[in-house]
Design a protein around this ligand. Structure first.
Ligand code: ZN
Length: 149
């Protein structure tokens, strides 16, 4: 998941939602685990993502908790932006993993197709993306995404 291009103008008045998620909160990625034992372990560097799907979930959660450094750290150097401004006015409300390909211990690439739900300026929206991942120095990183429609 990269920056989402927005059709609505950015709101500058919505307060940041950082802090709404604690270690004991349900993980925003939707797995049945507290944040601190799920994507939070990847964000702190305690664990690394074993699969592209796990990395995808942790990156979705990073958008939800506004952890831009984690997003940059898990981006392939070739496609990584210099900086990333996350919009605190966007509230990520759900993630559905629709399909994964490759990405096992025997693969060096993999894809994850997902639908992410968000609310922005009081309106709901969704992002459908097929993300590509590859191994970089042994760790899965995000390469880029296409938009199946
Ligand atoms: Zn999680």
């Amino acid at each position: 998941m990269a920056r989402r291009t927005s059709r609505t103008p950015r709101s500058r008045t919505v307060p940041a939602s950082r802090g709404a998620v604690t270690a004991d909160s349900p993980c925003p990625c939707g797995l049945n685990a507290p944040y601190g034992e799920c994507c939070g372990r990847l964000h702190t560097g305690t664990a690394t993502a074993p699969t592209p799907e796990a990395l995808m979930r942790s990156r979705y959660t990073a958008f939800a908790v506004l952890d831009a450094p984690y997003l940059l750290r898990t981006w392939a150097p070739a496609t990584r932006p210099e900086r990333l401004d996350l919009d605190p006015g966007t509230r990520w409300t759900g993630l559905e993993i629709l399909e994964t390909t490759d990405g096992s211990a025997f693969h060096t690439t993999g894809t994850v197709t997902f639908r992410a739900h968000f609310r922005e300026a009081g309106r709901g929206g969704e992002l459908l993306e097929r993300s590509r991942f590859e191994r970089h120095e042994g760790a899965w990183v995000y390469v880029d995404g296409t938009f199946p429609g």
